[in-house]
Ligand binder design. Structure first.
Ligand code: AR6
Length: 280
């Protein structure tokens, strides 16, 4: 499968220029920053095709693989990834651990364990935020300048897309604003798989990463022709990424907490409508 390099992944600055993302109607909560808008990207792609420094996997506490994006990443990385994961002794919900990328085009994989939404209830946001924060910290510690997140917990773990995108955007914005080490990151990419997740990001981004005035084509005399800008975008996927069937929840046993003996069987019926299956 062809890989997508960092310079093919559009930044927010470009997405605003092309009006792929429109400014919100309300006054944004956060201040506009051109520097940050050059650092943030949203893309709808199979994350295993991204040639970036680190991709973030939506793992479970065992870190021993599963379905969805976890399955796709393990398949693309090859068996050495599972071998390294076996040495990690699992991971707590709300945290993350890092491995090599092996046969993936990305150098590293950060395995984050998001909350099971219906199980964690009111703690879900804090735990999901912990996944994003820990992943960013790990990326910086390991010299990764570009990091691509899958939409953690929004598949089998049932986190509603809009709520999850708000937690992700807020955590990343606060990290980039407040952590001096964040300067080492050149690009943070939100990599979605389903249209509903991309829509959630496009709707919420203007509140957390608003356009600076000159990014709004309506208010500026653009020096670059729109057709020239559009040619900088990678081709939009014409079909859902391969392995789409893997977003169907597996009916095999899944370890869902740190406790060794605590397994749940996730049946298809447990998954809210539209959460488990790509919209083809
Ligand atoms: N590239 C990018 N995103 C993807 C891909 C892909 N190839 N495949 C799926 N997604 P899920 P969770 C999206 O269910 O909800 C696993 O079995 C998908 O559309 O993979 O955190 C683990 O082992 C959704 O938006 O992860 C755990 O047991 C997002 O990835 C459990 O599922 C996350 O969906 C974790 O559940």
């Amino acid at each position: 499968m062809p890989t997508i390099s960092l310079d093919e992944i559009p930044t927010l600055t470009l997405l605003y220029k092309l009006k792929k993302i429109l400014p919100g109607d309300d006054k944004p909560t956060y201040e506009a920053s051109g520097v940050l808008n050059d650092k943030i990207s949203v893309i709808r792609q199979d994350i295993t095709t991204l040639a970036v420094d680190a991709i973030v996997n939506a793992a479970n506490t065992s870190l021993l693989g599963g379905g969805g994006v976890d399955g796709a990443i393990h398949r693309a990385a090859g068996p050495d990834l599972l071998e390294e994961c076996e040495t990690l002794d699992g991971c707590e919900t709300g945290s993350a651990k890092i491995t090599e990328g092996y046969e993936l085009p990305s150098k590293k994989v950060i395995h984050a364990v998001g909350p099971i939404y219906w199980k964690e209830g009111s703690r879900s946001a804090e735990l999901l935020s912990g996944c994003y924060r820990t992943s960013l910290e790990l990326a910086v510690q390991h010299g990764c300048k570009s990091i691509a997140f899958s939409a953690l917990s929004t598949g089998v773990y049932g986190y509603p897309s809009v709520e999850a995108s708000i937690v992700a955007l807020e955590t990343v914005r606060n990290f980039l604003d407040k952590e001096s080490q964040a300067e080492k990151l050149d690009r943070v990419i939100f990599c979605n798989f389903l249209q509903k997740d991309e829509d959630a990001y496009f709707d919420n981004i203007p509140d957390f990463f608003p356009p600076v005035v000159t990014e709004n084509v309506a208010q500026e005399e653009s020096s670059t022709e729109p057709s020239e800008l559009a040619s900088q975008l990678p081709d939009a996927p014409t079909a859902e990424p391969q392995d789409a069937q893997d977003t169907q929840p597996s009916t095999k046993k899944q370890k869902t907490t740190e406790a060794d003996d605590d397994f749940v069987i996730v049946e298809k019926d447990d998954v809210k409508e539209g959460q488990g299956k790509p919209e083809l």
